[in-house]
Write a protein that binds this ligand. Sequence first.
Ligand code: GDP
Ligand code: MG
Length: 729
Amino acid sequence: MKICVIGNPNSGKTTLFNALTGLSARTGNWPGVTVSKKSGFYKYNNEKIEIVDLPGIYSLRPYSPEEIVSRDVIMTQDIDVIIDIVDTTQIERSLYLTTQILETSIPTVIALNFNDEIIKKGITVDSQYLEKLLKVKVCPISALRKDGIKELMDNVVLAATLPREPLFTVKDDSINPLINYACDLLIKENNKNALFDALKLIEDDEYEISHHKETYELINEEKRLNYQNINYADYSEIIADKRYEFITNHMDKIIVKNDSLHKESKSLKIDKILTHKWLGLPIFLLIMLAIFHLTFSADFLFLGVFIKGRLDNPIFAADTEGINSIGVILSNLMNMLLDFIGNALASWLSNAPQWVSSLVVDGIWTGIGTVLSFIPPILCLFAFLTVLEDTGYMARGAFILDRAFKGLGLSGKSFMPLLMCFGCAVPGIMNTKTLENRREKRLTIFLAPFFSCGAKLAIWTAFAGAVWASHADLFVFGIYLFGIIAAILSSLFLKFINPKRETSPFIMELPEYRRPSLINVSKALWQRLKDYLIRAATIIAAVIIVIWFLSTFNFRFQMVEINESMLGIISKYLSYIFVPVGFGMGQNGGLFIISTLTGILAKELVPATMDTLAGLSSSGGDFASLIKTMGGIEGIANYASIFAFLAYNLLTFPCVAAISTARAELGKKDFIKAVIFWLSSSYIMAFLLYWGIRFWFVGIIFVAILGGLFTFLALRYKNKTKEVPSYVG
Ligand code: GDP
Ligand code: MG
C-alpha cells in the first residue's frame, strides 16, 4: 500500500512524515524545505505502508517545480490513499487545495493539523460538519505532538478499501453544462479521474492537454460554439472563484469559536489596560494598596469625615473616626474572644500558686493570644491575594514587575517565585528550581526574605497598631514596598560587584482571566489557617514557655525581675551588637534582641515574645508601651529605632523552615554566602535607616546621592540589556 502526504507549504507534512516513518527528514517553519519527494515506511499491524512526503503546494495546477513533482506523483503513480494535510490555522487557504484533490477519485483522508495550536486559541474545527461537506474522513491531529496519528492511520487503511466519488464544488450555471459535457467525453474514455481531468482541460492545463489532445479539441469546439460570452482566459478564473466560494460559504459552520475565544478576547481587552505600558505598574500598586486598605484601615473608604463622632461601636467603628474595614472588624471580634478567654483563665487561676498563673496567663496565654490575634488580618490579606491569583492577575503582576524592573538587575523568571514569597518563603524558594540560570537562582533565594511573608505580617500588624493605628493600611503597605525596593537596590549592588550575571528573558503565557473559584480560595485559606494554628500550638507555645522560664528565673532558679533573669543578663550583652542600629539601647534593649532571635524559629514569635516580655517587665505592661522605650530616648530617636527594627526583621534571616529549604537548594558554598548576605544587608539597611531618620537632614542628602548613583547604574545596565520580547500570550 502506498500513501502520500499533500498539503500547503509549512502545513506540517514533513513533521507528519517523520512521525509516521520514524525518519528524520528536515522540517522547518518556512516554505520550501521539502522540494523533492521522500518516502519511508509505516508499520500497520505487520503491514508495511509506504509513505511519500511531497513538497508543499497551494494548487494542483503545475506552475512551480514543487507543484509538478506533487502532481506527477498523484496522477501517475498508483497512490492508494492521499493524506491531505490541512493547516487549521490557515484553514481557508488550505481547503482550496483540498477542493482540487477531492475532484479526483483517489481515496483521501483529511488531517487537520496544528490541532494543539487552535485549541490554545480557543477555536475548534467542526470536523463532523467537514466530513459531511467533503464526504471524506477528517481527523484532527497534531503532527508535532504525535496526537491523533493512530486514528488517522486507521482511517487511511479503511479509506483504501472504499471507492470514493469525486467532489464537485464548481457550481456555476454558466459553465456547468460545459463541465458535464467534458466529463461525459472522458468517462467514455474510461478515465478514472473524469471530473478532475475535465476541469483541468477546461482550464487549459498543459499537462492534461498533452494526454487528452482529442478531447481537448472537442471541448474547445464546444466553448467556441456555445460559450461565446465567456472569454478564454476567464474559465480558470471562474473555476477558481467557485472553489473559493464553496469554502467561504461554509466557513462559519466549519470554524467554531468556543466561549474561551470570547474570554480570550475579553482577556486581551482587559490586558490592554491592566498591563498597559505606563498604567500597568500604578494600577498594580493601587490594587495592592486597596487590599491593604480593606484589611487594615479603620477608616473604610475615608467615610470618617461624614460620620465623625456619630457612630460609636466597639466592633464597627471603635474610635468613632470612621468605619472599620473588613479586616479590622474581624480583628475586633477576635480580640473580644481572646479577652474573654484570657479573663476566664485569670479568674480560674486566681487561687493557684503565683508561678502557675504567671506561666499560664502572663506566659503561654499572652504569647499564644498575641499570635492568634493576627489571624484575621493575615487570612483577610490572603483571601484577597488568593482571589487575585485565581483570576489570573498575579501572573500579570509578575509580568508588570519584570517589565518595570528589567535592567535593574532583578528580572526575568525570578518574579514568580518572589511573588510566591509574599505567602511563604518555603514554596517560593522551592520554586526557584524552575530557574536554569544558576546565578539567577542564587540571587532569587538571596532576595526571598525581602518579600515579606505571611508570618512577618504579624510583626507589621502589631507595630501598625502601636505606632500608627490610624493609617495602618499605609504603614503595612509601605513595609512591603520597602522590601521590594530593598530587593532592587541589593540586586543592583550585587550586579555592580559581579557584572557577569545575565538574566534570562521572561517568557510566560499569561493565563486567561477567569472568575475566582470559591472552593479554591477557601481551600487555600483553610490550609493557611491550619498551618497557623498548628504552629501556634506547637513551636510558638514551646518557645514562649522557654522564654517565660528564662525571663522569670535567674541563674539560681529564683523568681526575679526580668532584668535580673537569665534572659535579661544574656540579652544585655547581645544588645551591644545592636546599639549601632538603634534598638540595642535603653533598659529594654535586650528584650528586642531576644524577640528578633526567637523570630528565627517562627516570625510570629517576634511580636508574641515582645508581648510576653512586656507583661513580665516592671516598666512596661503592654506591647505599645514597651516599644515606646525602644532606642532609649523618646521622640525621633524612638521612631528611628522602631523603623530600623522593622527593616532589620524584614531583611534578615527567614525562619528555620525557609533557611533549611534554601540550604537544600543552594548547596553549602552558596548557602554560606546567603547567610552572610542576609546578615549584612539587614544590618546595613537598619543602620542607614536609623541614622538617616535621626539626622533626617543628612539622611535626605544621603538618599539623594544614593538615588542618583543607582539611577546612573540602572540606566547603564538598561542600555546594555537588549530588549527581549517578554509577552507571549
Ligand atoms: P512542511 O513544509 O509541510 O513539510 O512543514 P514542516 O513539517 O516542515 O512543519 C513546519 C513547521 O510547523 C515546523 O516548525 C513544525 O515543527 C511545525 N509543526 C508541524 N506540525 C505541527 C503541529 O501539529 N503543531 C505545531 N504546534 N507545530 C507543528
Ligand atoms: Mg516539508
